[in-house]
Ligand binder design. Structure first.
Ligand code: GLN
Length: 252
């Protein structure tokens, strides 16, 4: 399964966050430690989103492995941001390879990443997806489970539903239609970070002025705390709240 990272805090270079630390996202692309049977490596592309100006995140995506992209390494040494989302992809069998299929997905001020897969795709999601505007369906960034999940979540956000509530209701609904799905989400608007654990690993690192969430810890191990399964994590720099999401089975 893909690996993702979300960060809010003092400005960091993309490289300092994603490429340089021990067992960084870069290393997790070719030597992940906890894929739980969802593939072996994350070589199907990658994406990084960051906030250059509030409300207008920039996104860099590539459908090649992150370790082959020298241009990104150069850019990542220079670009700094106070809010970053990074993801390396292991495409679910049957889903296409393209830069646009790589997280993070962007819409307005939002960046979204999904680590996991929808069981029974695409039929299991078709009843929920039918409430999407046809134009939204026809302009999905890619024909993947993650892109549909993002369109559904974005629809709720556009309707003014509070992000935590929108995520919870979507998770519960998808679990009903597609039981056993893996649904680790990551969502930010550059100020707040939302993340879920739904049968996949997630860790959190908190300092007085920052918060980082990641599928696998990187840098000094002592700084990280494992997030239990079936949680919604809500964070701003220095403050993290976890609330259980009702569900049937638990990986823990
Ligand atoms: N199912 C998604 C995709 O194919 C996410 C894959 C993953 O988490 N490994 O892009």
């Amino acid at each position: 399964m893909c690996r993702h990272v979300g960060y809010l805090g003092p400005a960091t270079t993309l490289s300092g966050l994603l490429l340089e630390p021990e067992h960084s996202l870069l290393e997790q692309s070719w030597a992940p430690a906890d894929m739980r049977g969802g593939g072996k490596i994350n070589a199907d592309g990658f994406g990084v989103g960051w906030y250059d100006t509030p409300e207008a995140p920039a996104v860099y995506r590539n459908d090649r492995p992150i370790w082959t992209d020298e241009a990104f390494r150069e850019v990542a040494r220079i670009v700094r941001s106070t809010a970053v989302v990074g993801a390396v992809r292991s495409a679910t069998v049957g889903m296409p390879l393209s830069p646009a299929a790589c997280a993070p997905f962007r819409s307005g001020k939002w960046l979204f990443s999904h680590n996991g897969k929808v069981i029974g795709w695409p039929n299991s999601l078709s009843s929920i997806a039918s409430r999407l505007d046809p134009a939204a369906l026809m302009t999905l960034p890619a024909p993947t489970d993650s892109a549909v999940l993002w369109a559904l979540l974005h629809q709720l956000l556009e309707q003014g539903v509070e992000p935590g509530k929108a995520i919870r209701s979507l998770l519960v609904e998808v679990e009903q239609c597609a039981p056993g799905s893996r649904l680790n989400f990551l969502l930010t608007d550059g100020d707040q970070l939302f993340a879920t654990t739904w049968t996949h690993a997630l860790w959190v690192r908190r300092t007085r002025s920052s918060v980082t969430v990641a599928s696998e810890p990187f840098g000094p191990a002592v700084e990280w705390q494992r997030v239990p399964d079936r949680q919604l994590l809500t964070a701003v720099p220095g403050r993290v709240t976890m609330t259980p999401i009702p569900g049937t089975e638990s990986y823990d």
